[in-house]
Design a protein around this ligand. Structure first.
Ligand code: ADP
Ligand code: MG
Length: 594
């Protein structure tokens, strides 16, 4: 993705904006938290002023407290007021913690929702082009970072408002002393800005490393069998070790930098206090009762200031995760699945006019492909591997759009067709049968609730998979394990054919649907597809030449170009590829398809 953007250092304000955008929808909760923290801190400040005055009164053997800021009260009244302040402050703190927990949970849920919705609504191309494991790590690790950032933000809010309450109280008690402390705090905060910048830059690197790590791990999970068979586990271990090294090193750097912030802040702040006291001594400051209260307030302010400094450090380290999340959401939102408003009369004729498509490289996967498929026609597609057949299937399904030329359905551009209308009528069998973790019925029905049990059974019969299903302990309710792992490759393929047939499609596109099947199963499925002839428009990318028996016409694709399109007997005259492929398959072109 955009490496440049990652490396660019953004102004602090933008970071603040980023995190603020996360909590913006929760203004009421944020406001409650702010009010609760502020009042709680005022009560605490009040308590500290009271305690210092009580202590002075006790030393002096007085029954009267004060005057503090012009007020004088009885000792017993002061103690009672202190008790009430403590209880009220505790209640407010508990309330604050609860609001903060709610806020974090809300933001986490909202982030997950936003990202997963954006992903699910994105075009298939955008989904497909993201590395394996990307979505998973975005939704788990990065969302966790974002949640932590909210916790940090609420902590920072509490610290900031407490600081303000304390300084306010301090100004009330003694303006000059407090003003001096205020300036010192501002200077200390400014000194720490470069450190925070560094933390942020390191954290960006960390997020990148974490995503790489997640990709590698998800690959590892998918390639277990190959790894063991080829005996290359050691190399994978090395790779994981390298990535682990990088991530943990970066993690360590971020953590040490973030950890340093607090003590550095504290030392600087104490130095400021020391300087302040020295100044007071030089000025021969005499009003002991005021100075005592202000000292207590300021020392406590320092610890709130420290919380604020460490929260700023944590936010700097968490902000890149939020940036990543935003980038991912923007990327998916920016590439929505095509959806139009047009409703054609039928799914066919399907007309490709000079269609060119490339995956971003200079070499087009399909160039200037022109053809017309009539309703109810069965079209076979053959060609060497890498020729562009699967790409053509994706274009015909409307999952990718041509770069040049047009693809029309009954005279309507495919990308303008209303998606619901289209997907209700179109079915697809992929080269790799992808099953969900669930039962047979769930896999065939595939979330289309209008498909009843009868249709399920019927499609299983037609896909020649009923016998296999009936051999399972709970037949259609049998759980197939993780992504159908309890079935053989051929069984999975037939389940996915049943899935395609169950919805009674008007257009059926199959990408080498029988590649994992034995000759007999292949023959039975061929019969099923042959029976659709004239009723359903079928485009079948053929793995075996025998499949072509049922085709009205055959398309030959070689190196991204349509080199022949015609009936079997036409192709036996016009296409070398067809003739050679038939000869290799041991089928005589003199009789085939005639
Ligand atoms: N997702 C992709 N990104 C980049 N290139 C791709 C992608 N998928 C396929 N290609 C390339 O496009 C060409 C056609 O691929 P494909 O349509 O899968 O061929 P076929 O199905 O005929 O074997 C190949 O050169 C392949 O390398
Ligand atoms: Mg293919």
């Amino acid at each position: 993705m955009s490496v440049n953007r990652d490396q660019a250092s953004e102004p602090e304000s933008e970071r603040g904006g980023l995190i603020a955008s996360l909590v913006r929808p929760y203004r009421v909760k944020m406001g409650t938290l702010a009010a609760v923290s502020f009042v709680g801190a005022l009560l605490e400040a009040f308590f500290l002023v009271l305690i210092s005055a009580v202590a002075l009164a006790l030393i002096a053997g007085d029954d009267l407290i004060g005057p503090v800021a012009g007020y004088t009260v009885e000792l017993s009244t002061a103690l009672a007021a202190g008790g009430v302040a403590l209880v009220a402050q505790l209640a407010l703190k508990i309330l604050g913690v609860r609001v903060s927990a709610h806020l974090t949970a809300d933001v986490t849920a909202a982030q997950r929702r936003e990202l997963s919705h954006a992903y699910l609504k994105a075009s298939w191309a955008a989904q497909h082009d993201a590395p394996a494991g990307r979505l998973q790590s975005l939704l788990t690790t990065l969302v966790q970072y974002a949640a932590n950032a909210i916790t940090t933000l609420t902590n920072a809010t509490v610290a900031l408002l407490s600081l303000i309450a304390f300084l306010g109280t301090g100004l009330f008690v003694d303006a000059a002393a407090t003003g001096a402390v205020l300036i010192a705090l501002a200077v200390v905060g400014a000194i720490l800005i470069p450190l925070r910048r560094r933390i942020k830059a390191r954290s960006r690197t960390l997020q990148r490393a974490n995503l790489d790590f997640a990709n590698a791990v998800s690959e590892l999970g998918a390639l277990g069998m190959e790894m063991q068979t080829f005996g290359v586990q050691d190399r994978f271990v090395e790779r994981i070790d390298e990535l682990t090294e990088t991530t943990t090193q970066t993690q360590r750097r971020v953590q040490s930098l973030t950890g340093i912030l607090s003590p550095v802040y504290m030392s600087l702040a104490y130095a400021a206090v020391l300087a302040g006291v020295a100044v007071l001594a030089l000025l021969q400051f005499g009003r002991l009762e005021a100075v005592g209260a202000v000292m207590l307030l300021m020392l406590r302010s320092l610890s709130y200031g420290q919380q604020l400094a460490s929260a700023a450090g944590s936010l700097a380290s968490q902000a890149p995760a939020i940036e990543r999340l935003r980038q991912a959401v923007d990327q998916y939102v920016g590439a929505p699945a095509a959806d139009g408003a047009a409703v054609p009369t039928h799914v066919a004729p399907l007309v490709a006019d000079n269609v060119t498509f490339s995956y971003g490289s200079d070499h087009a996967a399909l160039s200037n492909v022109t053809f017309s498929i009539a309703p109810g026609e069965v079209i076979g597609v053959i060609g060497p591997s890498g020729a562009g057949k699967s790409t053509l299937a994706q274009l015909l399904l409307g999952l990718r759009e041509p770069d040049q030329g047009s693809l029309e359905v009954s005279g309507v551009r495919l990308q303008d067709v209303e998606r619901h209308w289209w997907s209700d009528r179109v079915a697809f069998v992929a080269q790799d049968a992808n099953l969900i973790t669930g039962t047979v019925a769930e896999n065939i029905r595939f979330f289309r609730d209008d498909i009843n049990d009868e249709a399920l059974r019927d499609s299983a019969v037609r896909a020649n998979v009923l016998r296999d299903i009936e051999a399972l302990p709970h037949t259609f309710d049998a759980h197939l394990g993780e992504r159908g792992s309890r079935l053989s490759g051929g069984q999975r393929q037939r389940i996915s054919i049943a899935r395609a047939l169950a919805g009674d499609p008007e257009l059926l596109i199959l990408d080498e649907p029988t590649s994992a099947l034995d000759g007999r199963s292949e023959g039975l499925i061929r019969d099923t597809l042959g029976a659709l002839r004239g009723k359903v428009t079928v485009v079948i990318i053929a793995h075996r030449m025998s499949t072509l028996d049922i085709c009205d016409r055959i398309m030959v694709i070689e190196d991204g170009r349509l080199t022949a399109l015609g009936t079997p007997s036409e192709l036996s005259r016009s296409s070398d590829f067809y003739r050679n492929a038939m000869a290799t398959a041991g089928i005589s072109t003199d009789v085939a398809g005639v």
